[in-house]
Design a protein around this ligand. Structure first.
Ligand code: KIV
Ligand code: ZN
Length: 510
């Protein structure tokens, strides 16, 4: 008999709480569509009461994305619950996820509520949520530091009021696998009712995946996870790790199955990395670029003779099948859009035009263009195209070991063009300074990372830049065969994000 393990993806809610990530509604929608393709059961699309931007993102995902049910987070009060429902109500299937802190520390220092008040807030908010939808999840925040007796009381109140999923958050990543597993088992045994029990594990001790799996072993039938392990502080349990552990170790999780199409894991990971500006560490399990790379001669020999000698996962099964050549300089617009469609990109005519121009420029410099190259340039066009955005029209740089490096840029913005020239410590610095002048921004560069999209001397340079201004930290990404140009594009994309974020507002976080 098989039993479904529900995959509740919270990349767009908890994942977006990673420092420096600020996705706009369009980017969230793109990720949500890919999560639907991946086959997750739930997409937690955001925290609608936190800001107007979050509300709109949840609403647009609820209206457009089909397949997974759409969830929204809500504090345990009527106003939040109603606002959450307003964002979700157009979804085919919607879940309200109500949470309240239950640990003594949170109750004293954050909520200023006593136990009776927390129980009452739980009861009334869950009951209110049930008036909107039959699918209500309840989370006692900081569960792993909550006295057991009190937690059982709160959870029982939630079930009596109509909660259908009880989620046990290890909010601060304090859990240890056997202890966390025992907690899940105890709750199941002590709280009567018809509900699904769920895990939500943070990674402060590097144990989020292990704790989630211990929870599943103990009877949890939902796991809350983020793509690439994103999330507050050290992140949440990584979706790809939990899903593959369940798939590969069926001897341990007999009959437990997810509906995830694992071949979509690598692409989902790349998309999330690109839009969030959080690169995936090279040796990251399942989706890291080294996850299937073999360095030592003995290992290489083994894998060439028989793959299973040193690999427990088939790279193809997680979409890491190596880069394939898909297009070249003679490929025309038709082949280009056809290839994109096969890769799952349906672009509006304007975005398709500018992506095609970028493709042709790239094809002049690079003989063979792979799927990963296309993803990088197309992603840049799709993600950053906005009417109010700054665009790079021209870049000239002079540098070397003699003289001061200089750069000149032409930036267009709402029909106007600005020209600026600047010096710098190097060509990249000079280009960024010139952009700063042309866009009249005053952000501080706090992070710079360069890597290559694929191998070879003509590989695309992939640059991620982090900028900070007035306490707001954002990332921007740029790709080009020329690292200075990639850096300028990344810098400008971060400037655009600051500009867009300023037009939105962000307040409460869970
Ligand atoms: O970590 C946490 O406690 C949360 C809750 C809102 C579920 O993210
Ligand atoms: Zn969390």
């Amino acid at each position: 008999m098989s039993e479904r393990l529900v995959i509740f993806d919270t990349t767009l809610r908890d994942g977006e709480q990673s420092p420096g990530i600020s996705l706009d509604a369009k980017e969230k929608l793109e990720i949500a569509e890919q999560l639907a393709r991946l086959g997750v059961d739930y997409i937690e699309a955001g925290f609608p009461v936190a800001s107007q931007g979050d509300f709109e993102a949840v609403r647009s995902i609820a209206r457009t994305v089909s397949g997974p049910a759409i969830a929204g987070l809500s504090r345990a009060n009527r106003g939040d619950v109603d606002r959450c429902w307003e964002a979700l109500c157009d979804a085919d299937r919607a879940r309200i996820h109500v949470f309240i802190s239950t640990s003594p520390s949170h109750m004293e220092h954050m909520l200023h509520m006593d136990e009776a008040q927390v129980i009452e807030a739980t009861r009334s908010s869950v009951a209110r949520a049930r008036e909107h939808t039959p699918d209500v999840e309840f989370s006692p925040q900081d569960a792993t530091r909550t006295p057991m007796e009190f937690m059982l009381e709160v959870l029982s109140a939630a079930v009596e009021a109509g909660a259908t999923t009880l989620n046990i958050p290890d909010t601060v990543g304090y859990g240890i696998p056997w202890d966390f597993g025992a907690l899940i088992q105890y709750v199941r045994a002590q709280v009567p009712g018809d509900y699904v029990i769920s895990t939500h594990c943070h990674n402060d001790l590097g144990l989020a995946t292990a704790n989630s799996l211990a929870g599943v072993k103990a009877g949890a039938r939902q796991v809350e996870v983020c793509v690439n392990g994103l999330g507050e502080r050290a992140g949440n349990a990584a979706l790809e790790e939990v899903v593959m552990a369940i798939a590969i170790r069926q001897d341990q999780f007999e009959g437990v199955e997810t509906a995830v199409r694992t071949e979509e894991l690598a692409r989902t990971s790349r998309l999330v990395a690109r839009l969030t500006g959080y690169p995936v560490q090279y040796n990251k399990a399942v989706v890291g670029r080294n996850a299937f790379a073999h360095e030592s001669g003995i290992h290489q020999h083994g894998v060439l003779t028989e793959r299973s000698t040193y690999e427990i996962i088939d790279a193809v099964s997680v979409g890491q099948k190596g880069s394939q050549i898909v297009l070249g300089k003679h490929s025309g617009r038709h082949a280009f859009s056809d290839t994109l469609a096969k890769m799952g990109y349906v672009l509006a005519p304007e975005a398709l035009n500018s992506a095609f121009v970028r493709f042709k420029e790239l094809a002049d410099r690079k003989v063979a263009i792979t799927e990963a190259d296309l993803e990088a340039i197309v992603g840049e066009e799709v993600g950053d195209a906005g009417e109010e955005d700054f665009a790079l029209e021209a870049l000239e740089v002079v540098g070397g070991t003699v003289g001061v490096p200089k750069a000149r840029v032409v930036i267009s913005h709402k029909g106007d063009k600005a020209d600026a020239t600047s010096e710098g410590d190097g060509m990249i610095d000079a280009a960024c300074n010139a952009i700063r002048q042309a866009t009249k921004t005053d952000a501080t560069l706090v992070g710079f990372n360069v890597s290559s999209v694929t191998g070879g001397v003509d590989a695309l340079g992939d640059v991620v830049i982090q900028l900070e201004q007035d306490g707001l930290r954002v990332s921007g990404r740029g790709v080009s065969t020329d690292v200075v140009e990639a850096s300028a594009r990344a810098y400008l994309s971060a400037v655009n994000r600051i500009d867009r974020a300023r037009r939105r507002h962000g307040e409460a976080t869970p």
